[in-house]
Design a protein around this ligand. Structure first.
Ligand SMILES: N[C@@H](CCC(=O)N[C@@H](CS)C(=O)NCC(=O)O)C(=O)O
Length: 74
């Protein structure tokens, strides 16, 4: 599983804290929001609305992609 984040953003921090509390380790990809990376077609394959944090899973990408910001509703 990968977490796409912009580490200074509060929403990304909330997900990081949640994962740390559960001792869940995930690969992390920093998204350059200032450079507009979140609006690229490549990023939108993971999060169609261009927002983050986003969890992406190679096991079930269709499932995760339906709720690109689900991790932020914690
Ligand atoms: N529904 C999400 C919203 C996530 C969100 O707005 N993330 C911001 C960064 S904290 C974002 O992706 N901004 C980029 C943009 O809106 O273009 C939540 O509740 O956390």
């Amino acid at each position: 599983m990968k977490l796409y984040e912009f580490s200074p953003a509060p929403n990304a921090m909330r997900v990081s804290i949640f994962l740390a509390e559960l001792s869940i380790e995930v690969a992390r990809v920093n998204v350059d929001i200032r450079g507009g990376e979140n609006l690229s077609q490549q990023f939108k394959q993971h999060a169609p609305n261009g927002k983050f944090p986003t969890l992406s899973s190679m096991m079930a990408p269709q499932f995760v992609n339906q709720w690109p910001c689900a991790a932020t509703s914690i």
